[in-house]
Design a protein around this ligand. Sequence first.
Ligand code: NAI
Length: 485
Amino acid sequence: MSETALVKKIACIGAGYVGGPTMAMIALNCPEIEVVVVDINEERIKAWNSDKLPIYEPGLDEVVKAARGRNLFFSTDTKKHVGEADVVFVSVNTPTKTTGIGAGRAADLTYWEGAARLIASVSTGSKIVVEKSTVPVKTAEAIGKVLKRNCSSPGVTFEILSNPEFLAEGTAIEDLRKPDRVLIGGAETESGRKAMAALKWVYEHWIPSERVLLANLWSAELAKLTANAFLAQRISSINAISALCEASGADVQQVAHAIGTDSRIGPKFLNASVGFGGSCFQKDILNLCYVCETLNLKEVADYWAAVVTMNDYQKQRFVERVLGAMFNTVANKKIAVMGFAFKKDTGDTRETPAIDVCKGLIRDGAKVSIFDPQVTSDQVFRDLSTSKFEWDRPDYSRSHTRILDNVKVCSSPTEAMEGSHAICVLTEWDEFKTYDYQAVYDKMCKPAFVFDGRNILDHDKLREIGFIVYALGKPLDPFLQKNYS
Ligand code: NAI
């Protein structure tokens, strides 16, 4: 059978940050394939079918609008579309377990198993099942068993492929349009190779053949966890150096530039910051550690766990800097938090460092005024009242705790900064660089502080205006040095 004959309809379970954009890109480039994204979350599907998509991503609106209604559809009728599809992508959330064995480390595969059971129950013909979610090594084996044991239709077979997603939020559409590579892992059998060829054929509609890499299942699964571990490690490495820079008078940007010109190291991902966030880095490293531990590789687990430890240290260090600079008390002081998303050009707040920084400031009695161009007030309150690791579960009924009486979410930057004692820049939004900081300074309490957790502002200019500036990983203003009197 030719690959083309195999793929007439694709269903994707999970209409999130990965499922929505990836399927929109496939539909755009493969007009002859019907692509349906399904989800149990009705509100999300409604939003995908509306003018206001459920996620913010530059360029996404155009791609969705070009294909939606033609060969791209969003639906809650999971059974019908999964049943009809020849290829089923599974792009559901794979959060960190919060209870039971492996809590705080292992991946919770409840949603994945639920998807597999659904596929098995509605399949009357053979299918290719594609792991798009990031999963622990050997998940395909477990999923294969679930599929086989739960499908009652005779003669139906499932070929499982691993096709991890490497897109980065904020640049998802560009990443999908021109990926560095697409990775497809499959069984080293004739049917496995056939399934890999079918999926490769889909991607080759717009991606050069040499960029579609084939591997065995376990390599593909592990490659995704490894990629995220390496990326997060780079951030933690430069953040560790940023602490040393502050202590020694070195400048982390100069150090990063100097090492980044070494072609073996390269210049990307060397920006020191208040810490990494996003739904994946921490969860995937913890999951990698757990896999290592279960395979009796304690030293390997400890090695990778340090990347997360350093990230927590960096957030804590930032809060301590704010506190130390402001005479060891922020009680009842208005502090403007500029940026809540985990990075610019996304509204995603999952594991954003802003959560831990705000919680740290609130615990010390600060009145926090938050402004972010893309994050809603509801989202901020939900994040600040959610316990660690709980965010990736669909429970939107949590109530706000009393601690949040000291939190205000502002609809303009002026509202957030006016009358404040300090400004903390926690997301690198471009618009933050363009404000009239003289006007801001004039309406702040003195001494007026700026704590730039992303090193995006013009620090010399701010100092000229009169601000006391903390720039992460850079030589400290005399005012911020402990022995200053
Ligand atoms: P998400 O939480 O935005 O979306 C997952 C969706 O799956 C939710 O809308 C949920 O309602 C739905 N879902 C869960 N169980 C379902 C079921 N049984 N039937 C139908 N729908 C169901 O998650 P996101 O960010 O899209 O991530 C998905 C996977 O992709 C995760 O494993 C993640 O680690 C991985 N990934 C995420 C990236 C990112 O930048 N967000 C990048 C690369 C991989």
